[in-house]
Design a protein around this ligand. Structure first.
Ligand SMILES: Cc1ncc(COP(=O)(O)O)c(C=O)c1O
Length: 357
């Protein structure tokens, strides 16, 4: 049977909850500041809403997303250019169902392949460079024989982002030749400002951007994400396969409140800017790593020097710390490990444990 132990991050259940252990979870990349205070103050409203069906057109929810994109990305996105999903996963799955010959840039989120295989897609793997950056000429030449590609911005588990200048030829080619470019921006709010490709939506119908509410706003349990594209026909095509009311009232209100919480958003950005620097510095001093990869995100990929990741996994698990063994990512093996960036106290706890191995 396939070993499912390391399929995803965030499995605090198998070795934690069900064994009565409280684990510190460095395997899932969620904002450690928790949920927005504006949302916490709205508990009563949540209970008022849940007794009726949500608006099946989700007009207010979509208006909140448009407002947020205008405020933080300076782009106008209309509700017809948007599709809501039960997590970014739903939109990834639906989008990939439409691509027969798909290019997946690897290593990347393992679900891209699993979703595409469900629809019997023909998959071609396009490698990142040795330093885990995008190889733009390789992507462009591969696109010739494909119907579309998927890539992360930033990419999971490597944390690299798309260079917009270098990506332009790819977008131009895809637009001319009717190929789809699916960009997974589930983690984009953790990257430096201006990283998103959402400002390219109006000019390129070929571009589909997928966003998650779950990560930056600290609510993976709320299950809410969305896709954005100016190809309105594509959106209509995907919607045919969705259930009505696929977003529950809790998630709807959670997004509306969190997206308005400017204080929470700026505090979260401040946290990530500080902690990335701290973690990179501390990791650079540790001899267990052969390489610490550069990141533009809230996680860091490392290659171990002599130890296997499975060994490190067991050692840290015994100390109550869960890490992401990256051996099930294409092109990676049992020497790669990904750590989420958490609060200073928890980051220190991890570093102390790594120092004392
Ligand atoms: C790169 C990437 N995209 C999308 C998702 C799915 O996000 P959601 O929880 O919104 O379905 C994940 C979850 O881990 C992810 O790592």
């Amino acid at each position: 049977m396939k070993d499912e132990r390391w399929k995803h991050g965030g499995d605090i259940y198998t070795n934690g909850v069900f064994k009565g252990k409280d684990l510190v979870d460095f395997s899932s990349n969620i904002n450690p500041l928790g949920v927005s205070d504006l949302l916490k103050d709205s508990i009563e409203e949540l209970f008022n809403e849940v007794v009726r069906y949500p608006d099946y057109q989700y007009r207010e929810l979509k208006a909140s997303i448009s407002e947020y994109l205008l405020r933080y990305e300076n782009v106008n996105v209309s509700s017809e250019e948007m599709i809501l999903g039960n997590g970014a996963s739903e939109i990834l799955d639906l989008s990939l169902s439409k691509i027969r010959k798909l290019g997946i840039v690897v290593p990347s989120f393992v679900e891209y392949e699993d979703f595409a295989l469900k629809y019997n897609a023909e998959i071609e793997y396009i490698n990142l460079t040795g330093d885990f950056q995008y190889d733009y000429s390789e992507i462009l030449s591969s696109l010739n024989k494909l119907d579309g590609i998927i890539l992360g911005n930033p990419n999971n588990p490597t944390g690299n982002i798309i260079d917009k200048e270098k990506f332009k030829d790819i977008l131009d080619f895809a637009e001319k030749e009717n190929k789809k470019i699916i960009v997974d921006e589930a983690f984009v709010e953790f990257s430096r400002e201006g990283s998103s490709l959402v400002d390219k939506i109006a000019s390129y119908k070929c571009l589909v951007i997928i966003r998650a509410f779950t990560k930056f706003f600290g609510m993976p349990g709320a299950r809410l994400g969305y896709g954005i594209t100016s190809d309105k026909q594509f959106i209509e095509e995907l919607k045919k396969y969705q259930l009505p009311w696929n977003i529950n009232s809790f998630a709807e209100i959670a997004l509306e409140k969190s997206y308005k919480d400017e204080n929470y958003i700026s505090k979260s950005r401040e946290w990530i800017a500080n902690e990335i620097g701290y973690m990179k510095n501390e990791f650079a001093k540790l001899s267990i790593f052969k390489k610490v990869y550069d990141t533009n995100c809230n996680f860091i990929l490392c290659k171990l020097d002599t130890m296997k990741t499975s060994e490190l996994y067991e050692i840290l698990l015994n100390k109550g710390i869960l890490i992401r063994n990256c051996s099930n990512f294409k092109k990676l093996d049992d020497t790669y490990v990904r750590f989420a960036i958490k609060s200073r106290n928890l980051n220190k706890l991890l570093i102390d444990n790594l120092k004392n191995l």
